[in-house]
Write a protein that binds this ligand. Structure first.
Ligand code: 13P
Ligand code: SF4
Length: 335
């Protein structure tokens, strides 16, 4: 079937079944184009929970679909591919508990720890964070969430993205340390104690790439995602979430050159003659790229047959605590 025929079939089934299709910016162009809702992680979670449809078809990675199910447990959420974010898989509840213990070994009492989890984490980690009084954050809300968390006077345990934690600390003039890399003294002295997780896609952007583009195109702007290494973020002109990067690039004079450090599909969609990918290696998120139009159509057909596939289920207890952590994020950002 041609791309156009697939899209036509998807659109008619989606209307007939009243399914809302949600897609993250990192999806392939043809999948992104059939979505009803697009945005960064914060916008997707908010808009999907508020949609009227009973069924949400989420084109993205596991934690995104799971977050909608947690926020709106009465909705049914299916994913054309159960694709997992590699960073989200770097931590589970056992590793979370180990991180708390590592802070205790460094001399910080458990009651003096407030955990914050990046939304790129599984439901069980969000639930642990909710139980300990903490909140979820996204790349666009991290500074506000940390500001609010610090008013508790506690030490912040930030999981799982080391880079986002370190970048927020730098932007706010705070001290950070990394569990497993830094000494107990450094951990005790830090305001934000980071878990050592990372995004392999955003690790592809290096300081050498920034230097290369600055030398080759004097006056070029550099815009990067906060999952990039702190040295890269420090050298950039702009650091922001996917939506914020798009807004920034679109606000530039059309003649202004800009090199962008985030996933390839997003940058390619933005691309004109003055927009560059900040890497000589194609920065593709393998799991985001798994979803195809055929998968979307197949999932809709199975919903129609009353035989849904790849539906997201989360147990009640986990939903309860994970939802508290997610709702705290909306409360803290005033959304
Ligand atoms: P955003 O919240 O900026 O869309 O980021 C999601 C993500 O996974 C980036 O790698
Ligand atoms: Fe996860 Fe990185 Fe892919 Fe984002 S780009 S979904 S953080 S693996």
């Amino acid at each position: 079937m041609s791309v156009e025929a697939l899209k036509e079939e998807i659109n008619s089934l989606k209307d007939e079944l009243s399914v809302t299709i949600v897609a993250h910016y990192y999806q392939k162009d043809e999948v992104f184009e059939i979505a009803d809702i697009t945005g960064d992680s914060l916008e997707l979670a908010k808009k999907a929970k508020e949609s009227d449809s009973q069924w949400i078809l989420f084109c993205g990675v596991g934690f995104m679909g799971q977050s909608v199910k947690i926020l709106a447990p009465n909705k049914r959420v299916a994913m054309p591919k159960i694709a997992c974010c590699a960073m989200a898989r770097m931590i589970d509840s056992t590793y979370f508990d180990e991180s708390v213990k590592a802070m205790e070994r460094a001399g910080i009492k458990k009651e003096d720890i407030l955990p914050i989890t990046y939304i790129n984490s599984g439901a069980e980690v969000k639930a642990k964070v909710g139980q300990m009084g903490g909140a979820v954050c996204t790349s666009s809300s991290a500074v506000k969430i940390i500001e609010k968390a610090l008013t508790s006077g506690k030490k912040i345990l930030f999981v799982p993205d080391r880079c986002l934690g370190q970048n927020v600390a730098r932007m706010m003039g705070l001290k950070s340390a990394v569990i497993g890399l830094d000494s107990d003294e450094d951990i005790k002295a830090a305001d934000i104690i980071c878990y050592n997780g990372f995004c392999s896609v955003h690790q592809l952007f290096t300081l050498k790439d920034v230097e290369f583009f600055r030398k080759r195109y004097p006056g070029i702007k550099i815009a990067v995602h906060p999952e990039c290494d702190p040295a890269v973020c420090e050298a950039a002109d702009f650091v922001g979430s996917t939506s914020q990067i798009i807004k920034y690039v679109k606000s530039l004079d059309p003649e202004q050159k800009v090199a962008v450090g985030t996933e390839y599909n997003l940058v390619h969609r933005l691309r004109d003659k003055n927009t560059y990918v900040l890497s000589s290696t194609k920065p593709e998120c393998p799991t985001m790229n798994e979803t195809s139009l055929e998968d979307v159509l197949h999932t809709l057909q199975e919903i129609k047959k009353g035989n849904p596939i790849n539906e997201i289920f989360v147990d009640e207890e986990t939903i309860h605590w994970a939802r508290i952590a997610l709702e705290r994020m909306f409360e803290y950002v005033g959304a």
